[in-house]
Design a protein around this ligand. Structure first.
Ligand code: GDP
Length: 310
């Protein structure tokens, strides 16, 4: 991507989209377009076509999606499936119409089978049943991957698809009902410390394992892939190691400085037992993450404190 290329970042207010914009600006890109939800409803095909005929972007980062944690996914299946299908179908079709040079679609590690062999290789896609708590979101994302492959096959549309592992960072959703585990626990531990509560409740057994990637590392990887990856095959983006939810809770407790106890609420679902990505394909291309889990949690906690204060 040259520095003056026209770039559209869909979903620029979200965790991933905002990190992509920060990264692009730091690389000197000066022609980045974004639109808020109020300006363009991405579920509306005519509005999306209109937007693309105005912008005619050379590069598109497709980071707009309806996202949420384990309970939100389970509670709002119609939105997680339907809205994601609408948004991505509209954007892929519109980008193809205006001859976008390169399109990057963002998937998720939840597209892989619940009991995929670990670490999960890209070729395990569609080899087994999905985890039921997030299958709605996963099915939409799998359809997006297939759309990209179909448009490449039929029209030569240059679309690539990256599958990030569980993400976190500044700008994350800290709402306890709809967030993912890492921001939820940061908030719970912070509140427990401030209010001097004797315990923090962590959902599930604490035994599931998750891999966490900082959004700034993801944005760095996505810019790298825009320049260095050109294939219909999906590619994993992760750190290559994981922790149990219990270990994550301990680490967050120590970063926040909470000295009470941790209890596990086993009435809440564990979700998939493990989803560690095999990142050898990306590593071989020459990319690796820079932000350790502890450093990432520290800086995200700082961001949270400043945001709560303001
Ligand atoms: P998942 O990776 O799709 O399962 O999504 P989450 O990030 O929501 O959950 C990951 C794991 O963390 C699951 O086993 C949850 O039960 C567990 N967990 C523990 N405490 C919490 C919490 O407060 N919020 C969320 N969302 N998950 C939690």
């Amino acid at each position: 991507m040259n520095q003056h290329a026209r770039i559209y970042v869909a979903g620029h207010r979200g965790l991933v989209g905002s990190a992509i914009c920060r990264k692009l600006r730091s690389l000197g890109h000066d022609n980045i377009s974004t639109r808020s939800r109020g300006e363009v409803d991405l579920r509306d095909q005519a509005a999306v076509n209109q937007l693309f005929s105005e912008l005619k972007p050379d590069y598109v980062f497709m980071a707009a999606a309806k996202v949420g944690g384990i309970l939100a996914n389970d509670k709002y299946p119609a939105e997680f499936l339907g809205e994601n299908l609408q948004i991505q179908t509209n954007i892929i079709e519109a980008a193809h119409r205006v001859d976008t040079k390169k399109f990057l679609f963002l998937g998720s590690s939840c597209i892989y089978p619940k009991f995929a062999e670990q670490p999960i290789r890209e070729d395990s896609l569609l080899t087994g049943a999905l985890e039921p708590t997030n299958e709605w979101y996963a099915i939409a994302k799998i359809a997006g991957i297939k759309m990209c492959q179909a448009y490449r096959k039929q029209f030569g549309f240059n679309a690539i698809s990256a599958m990030p592992t569980n993400l976190y960072g500044p700008g994350d959703n800290f709402d306890l009902h709809s967030s993912h585990v890492l921001p939820a626990l940061l908030r719970k531990f912070h509140t427990a410390k401030v209010e001097e509560q004797s315990e923090v409740v962590v959902w599930g057994s604490g035994k599931p394992r998750r891999e966490f990637l900082h959004a700034d590392d993801l944005a760095d990887a996505l810019c790298f892939l825009m320049d260095h990856y050109d294939s219909p095959e999906i590619i994993n983006v992760g750190v290559g190691s994981d922790v149990t939810i219990a270990q994550l809770a301990e680490l967050i407790g120590s970063v926040v400085g909470y000295s009470g106890s941790i209890v596990f609420d086993q009435t809440k679902p564990d979700g998939t037992p493990r989803k560690l990505l095999d990142v050898s394909k990306l590593t071989q291309l020459g990319w690796k993450p820079k932000i350790s889990l502890e450093a990432g949690i520290r800086s995200t906690y700082q961001w949270y404190l400043e945001t709560v204060k303001s």
